[in-house]
Design a protein around this ligand. Structure first.
Ligand SMILES: Cc1cc2nc3c(=O)[nH]c(=O)nc-3n(C[C@H](O)[C@H](O)[C@H](O)COP(=O)(O)OP(=O)(O)OC[C@H]3O[C@@H](n4cnc5c(N)ncnc54)[C@H](O)[C@@H]3O)c2cc1C
Length: 457
């Protein structure tokens, strides 16, 4: 279709001001930009209502035009990047909180509301929305649901799917459906809400969600412990679980991550430390204090040093530092290829060591950090993203990381999703019947294959 006609038709659906014929660059990449991934869209549309999203999808379906849903663009799998043209549907104008009922521990928000806004809304009334993926100021609830995002506190509280009560979704060829309602239990049908969570924009466009909230813990007290190497650190991680300590988060940083991010930490990194474990003890003041003491005991046993601030300011500085780890390490070479494999907890130390060995084989600096308690590591290779050669070597290193995950009995993605960067990988790991079922589900929702083509399955 001629570009001018496309823009005119879409403008008739959402208003001329909400169709960008020459999309600004930031719509054409996500957080995979540091590994050189960029796309091109025929148009970007910014619908303001669910009805407009439905009208856009219906129009695209009639005209065989690919549709790429986009949230905050913080994804690490290239899921929101329009790699084969089409109409990019940005949900940013669907930003209303439709209802907030603190006494019933729930809210209903539109897809474009930022994660941090939901967490803030809940916090102001003593509640908690637990999912805490690291780019909460930019990522949107719709994107979190579409990727079934995790984060440090998923260890105790679970991933985003656990906090979604119901979804409003636009599905092909342009129907608005409501899956569930403000109900705490509902087993009447197949779990379509669960299916949509983590579907990465390939089955429908989420326009709003009912979210479950929880009374917030009174306090959360972190304990950071430094170790000589990854083996002793991983032993300590297993001891926390083995001793039955229900910490909210259990994170780690390996040697390179610690070297890059350590200087910004409020406490000096002790000499010889090549591994950091960070745990979070939350609950009522009394519970958290007791848990913190037990965690100090267990983590402190083999540690070179322990840092366990109790002042609110120092605690929030410590978590802000943790959020900045990815940026601090990326800054070493300007770019990175990072995967998010997950392995059984008892294989974590092997996965950490193997990541570094894979990097060495491809002549790339490699490191990992991540959500240790969930066995979820971010295996990362540092690159200069202007270097074709380095990007190619990083791509090969990532392939080895996926093989590693499989060899250790794990999965190729613990939280970022498959998107574009892992396309085709599941075919190598799953049984044919499992692949068939995925293909049949995709066909049932999207018979023309126009929703986020080339991604996920
Ligand atoms: C510094 C940093 C730290 C991060 N830390 C974590 C972490 O700890 N845990 C974690 O899980 N992730 C993490 N991420 C990745 C990212 O923040 C999450 O994947 C997040 O959920 C993506 O949300 P988004 O709104 O940015 O989605 P986008 O990147 O815009 O899109 C992601 C996918 O969802 C689809 N999508 C978006 N909105 C919708 C919608 N309304 N309906 C249907 N499909 C949609 C897109 O098509 C795409 O496939 C991190 C990213 C950064 C940059």
């Amino acid at each position: 279709m001629r570009p001018a006609l496309l823009v005119r038709e879409l403008a008739g659906l959402v208003g001329a001001a909400n169709v960008l014929a020459e999309p600004p660059a930031h719509y054409l990449h996500d957080a995979t930009e540091t590994r050189g991934l960029r796309g091109q869209a025929d148009a970007v549309v910014l619908p303001g209502t669910t009805a407009e999203v439905a009208a856009v999808l219906a129009w695209c379906y009639r005209h065989d035009m690919p549709v790429i849903p986009r949230g905050g663009g913080t994804g690490y799998a290239g899921g929101a990047v329009p790699l084969s043209g089409g109409v990019l549907v940005s949900l940013e104008r669907l930003s209303q909180v439709r209802s907030f009922e603190p006494l019933l521990w729930r809210c209903c928000v539109e897809a474009g509301v930022h994660t941090a806004e939901v967490r803030c809304l809940a916090r102001e009334r003593g509640l908690l929305f637990p999912p805490d993926p690291g780019a909460a100021e930019q990522s949107q609830i719709g994107g979190n649901i579409a990727t079934n995002a995790g984060g440090p506190h998923a260890l105790k509280y679970g991933v985003t799917r656990a906090w979604v009560l119901a979804l409003e979704v636009v599905v092909p060829p342009g129907d608005v459906i409501l899956l569930g309602g403000p109900l705490r239990k509902d087993v009447a049908g197949y779990d379509l809400t669960g299916l949509l969570a983590g579907s990465e924009g390939t089955l429908g466009i989420v326009t709003a969600a009912w979210l479950r909230l929880l009374p917030a813990p009174e306090v959360a007290l972190p304990v950071a412990a430094f170790y000589r190497d990854s083996r002793s650190g991983c032993d300590a991680i297993e001891s926390v679980l083995g001793n039955g300590l229900v910490v909210a988060a259990l994170e780690y940083l390996d040697a390179v991550a610690l070297e890059a991010a350590g200087p910004a930490l409020a406490t000096p990194v002790p000499g010889g430390a090549e591994f950091l474990v960070l745990a979070d003890a939350d609950g009522s003041e009394r519970e958290a204090a007791r848990l913190r003491a037990e965690v100090l005991d267990v983590l402190g046993d083999q540690a070179l040093a322990v840092y366990a601030p109790t002042e609110p300011r120092a605690i929030s500085d410590l978590w802000r530092w943790r959020e900045g780890v990815s940026i601090a390490v990326t800054a070493r070479r300007g770019g990175k290829a990072s995967e998010d494999i997950v392995v059984p907890l008892e294989r974590l130390a092997e996965a950490i060591e193997e990541t570094v060995a894979i990097g060495r084989r491809h002549a790339l600096e490699a490191y990992s950090w991540g959500h240790a308690g969930d066995g979820n590591l971010h295996s990362t290779f540092l690159v200069d993203h202007r270097s074709e050669d380095e990007l190619m070597r990083a791509g090969r290193a990532c392939e080895e990381v996926f093989d590693l995950a499989e060899r250790l009995g794990g999965s190729i993605s613990g939280e970022y999703g498959v998107g574009w960067v892992k396309r085709g990988r599941v075919a190598a790991h799953w049984a044919p019947r499992v692949l068939d079922l995925h293909a049949e589900i995709k066909r049932a929702f999207d018979p023309k294959g126009l929703l986020n083509p080339g991604k996920k399955v």
